[in-house]
Design a protein around this ligand. Structure first.
Ligand SMILES: CC(C)(COP(=O)(O)OP(=O)(O)OC[C@H]1O[C@@H](n2cnc3c(N)ncnc32)[C@H](O)[C@@H]1OP(=O)(O)O)[C@@H](O)C(=O)NCCC(=O)NCCS
Length: 154
């Protein structure tokens, strides 16, 4: 297995894996579009100096993805910037082997090399396998998003 930076030539595989994340999260959010749901600006994540999109590759096949993007933090916080992690995906047959933790460790090391010490991510509160994986990588629960829909019944 080889970890490497994604390149634009990986785009087709990455768009397919993005749908893997969408489908994994669909049970946790009934308002995800049935068709055409997209999460990430993959070309920008690849090209930008402020982000690092890594893949784990086994014999030319991508088995894990993840990015960290350096973002401005809220002015009330003691840190000016933070690393935001996303596109955390491990192919089903590779799950539970610590691959996500290896990916996160690499992303965090990249961001630390850019002066970032604080890290955030979003995860659905019912996505227990993801929460457990993130806790194993050192993350702790923080903000809880609440929502209300007041239109026609869906
Ligand atoms: C979340 C995800 C990236 C974790 O990847 P991973 O490589 O399996 O994670 P790790 O091996 O580093 O961590 C494993 C821990 O997570 C939990 N876990 C991972 N996959 C699990 C599964 N399918 N069922 C139950 N628990 C699971 C286990 O508690 C495991 O701990 P253990 O090794 O002591 O049993 C992976 O499950 C995945 O791709 N899920 C679908 C996409 C997704 O939901 N992404 C997160 C969006 S926020």
């Amino acid at each position: 297995m080889q970890f490497r930076h994604a390149t634009i030539s990986d785009i087709d595989a990455l768009l397919t894996l993005e749908q893997g994340v969408v489908e994994a999260e669909r049970p946790f959010n009934s308002v995800i579009k049935a068709h055409g749901a997209r999460y990430y600006d993959i070309p920008d994540l690849i090209a930008s100096d402020n982000s690092c999109l890594l893949i784990a590759d086994v014999e030319g096949s991508i088995v894990a993805t993840g990015y960290v993007q350096i973002r401005q933090s809220k002015s009330a916080l003691v840190h000016d910037v933070h690393g935001y992690l996303g596109f955390m995906y491990v192919a089903p047959e590779y799950r539970g082997q610590g691959l996500n933790k290896q990916m996160m460790d690499r992303l965090i090391t990249w961001a630390e090399g850019h002066g970032v010490n604080d890290f955030y991510l979003d995860v659905y509160s019912a996505n227990q396998s993801a929460i457990t994986a993130y806790e194993k990588a050192g993350f702790q629960p923080s903000l809880l998003e609440m929502k209300l829909h007041r239109g026609n019944k869906r």
